[in-house]
Design a protein around this ligand. Structure first.
Ligand SMILES: Nc1nc2c(ncn2[C@@H]2O[C@H](COP(=O)(O)OP(=O)(O)OP(=O)(O)O)[C@@H](O)[C@H]2O)c(=O)[nH]1
Ligand SMILES: [Mg+2]
Length: 450
């Protein structure tokens, strides 16, 4: 029986497929491999062999691959077994490994071990999941950068800078009779400001991070019959939504994901907005307002043959130069006569959903609107997650407090305490912390076998 610290999990989905991969990691992998094969395979060399269970029954013809720790994903010894992609076979092999003393892996446990063994920091561990979930070029790029430590490196730079300030300040705490010389005070204030500035730059990537991870929620709004559904169909290139000359065709909103350039765009077609709507249509309009609350981009579709409609305040208040495109549709019939005054500065495009003119321009305008929200930090594409944003907001607040206290010559202990809190929060991002609960929560969202 091998030690139960050795875990096993299926690394591939449980479907019929060409190959299934079973992964085991832990301190007694070489004993386990010897138990199964008679000897441990050479590291990093595929070994083609039979898999026989404890009772000697042949289960499959498999490939064994052994990785000697610390040169492995988890940092421990790992044995990978590639069998035929039959979930039944994979389960038989896993059952056999369990009866030889392995323990079933929890979700994300391999990556958690990689983190605990210092193979990656927490931001890199999260990037593994981002990489698995990436559905667009930009999501892939952001995940790859983070996996290679782009965010971790920036956080470490900030930590080092703050540690210097803390050291400088704490030296004076030990000598209460001595005041901090003015030149030191200025230097510390400058250093804290530069960390605060960098923190805010990182924070500014949060919205872009959200849309890169979850897709860009782009809502088509406008009057009934303006051509919202027709435009959606033109953009995605097939008849996704019902179109009819009758106003009020779209009742419930519908969502369609579509790749535009490097981005995954989640288009939301909605019920047309009009004040005299009745019952069901009214409910549809309420949903449109609801969906607008967390839309990233607004496409306001105007019917060029009609005067522009009034918009509900909750929608209008969310529309800005940075997130809205005015689309004058039915341009084949007429030129829009009047642009609503509040939107006179907004990007405006003319389209015809009937003949397809202006659609490419509309697609390009959506991409450039998304890209304009990207904050460039050095060479790296940094797109922080909601968890990182939460920690960085705390950092930002603590730094502000420290700056104020330092400037008004409050006791240095108080300044040092604010700086320590900033350091703790920075530490939460890369995970140089001791918080089991946070790790449980984070790794629970991973797949088993990862
Ligand atoms: N000539 C012309 N007709 C269009 C254009 N776009 C849409 N239409 C027509 O306008 C009518 C309404 O189009 P829809 O796409 O259903 O409009 P909608 O905004 O989704 O309408 P609701 O779902 O009722 O809110 C249909 O008969 C379309 O064929 C256009 O650019 N030019
Ligand atoms: Mg419609």
């Amino acid at each position: 029986m091998i030690n139960s610290d050795t875990i096993v999990g299926l690394a591939t989905p449980s479907f019929e497929s060409a190959i299934a991969l079973i992964r085991a990691s832990g301190p007694e992998i070489s004993a386990l491999a010897t138990d199964i094969l008679g000897s441990c395979p050479l590291p990093r060399q595929a070994q083609h062999d039979n898999y026989k269970d404890l009772q000697g029954q042949l289960l499959d013809d498999v490939l064994f691959c052994f990785f000697k720790g610390p040169h492995s994903y988890t940092g421990e010894d790992i044995l990978e077994i590639s069998c035929h992609g039959n979930p039944f076979i994979a389960q038989k092999i896993i059952d056999d490994l369990l009866s030889r003393g392995c323990q079933m892996a929890e979700p994300g446990e391999f990556t958690r071990r990689a983190f605990l063994n210092g193979k990656m920091d927490l931001s890199q561990a999260e990037a593994v999941m981002d990489l698995i979930r990436a559905r667009s070029d930009r999501a892939l790029e952001a995940a790859n950068r983070q996996l290679r430590g782009a965010l971790g490196k920036r956080i470490t730079l900030l930590v080092d800078k703050l540690l210097q300030v803390v050291a400088g300040i704490e030296a004076y705490i030990d000598f209460p009779d001595e005041d901090l010389p003015p030149e030191d005070q200025k230097q510390h204030i400058d250093s804290i400001s530069s960390v605060a500035e960098e923190t805010d730059k990182l924070l500014a990537t949060s919205h872009y991070g959200n849309i890169v991870r979850d897709g860009v929620r782009t809502i088509l709004i406008g009057e009934p019959n303006a051509g919202k559904s027709s435009l959606l169909n033109q953009i995605v290139g097939y008849n996704r939504a019902i179109v009819s000359p009758e106003p009020g065709t779209t009742r419930d909103f519908l969502e369609e994901r579509f790749m535009l350039g490097p981005h995954c765009i989640r288009f939301l077609d909605t019920a047309g907005l009009r004040s005299e709507a009745q019952s069901i249509e009214k409910l549809g309009i309420e949903k449109t307002v609801e969906q607008s609350a967390d839309a990233d981009i607004f496409l306001l579709i105007l019917d060029s043959t009609q005067p522009p409609p009034p918009l509900p305040d909750p929608i209008k208040n969310r529309m800005t130069l940075q997130n809205t495109i005015l689309v004058c549709n039915k341009n084949d019939l007429a030129e829009l006569k009047e642009i609503p005054r509040e939107f006179s500065q907004f990007t405006l495009l003319k389209t015809s959903a009937l003949d397809g003119s202006g659609i490419t321009e509309l697609q390009e305008a959506i991409i450039s609107l998304v890209e304009s929200g990207r904050t460039v930090i050095g060479e790296d594409l940094i797109a922080i997650s909601a968890r990182h944003a939460h920690a960085l907001s705390e950092v930002s607040q603590c730094l502000l407090n420290a700056q104020k206290k330092l400037a008004s010559q409050e006791p240095l202990e108080l300044v040092a305490s604010d700086l320590r809190s900033s350091l703790d929060n920075l530490g939460q991002i890369t995970g140089r912390i001791d918080n089991e609960q946070m790790l449980d929560k984070l790794f629970a969202s991973f797949c088993i076998g990862k």
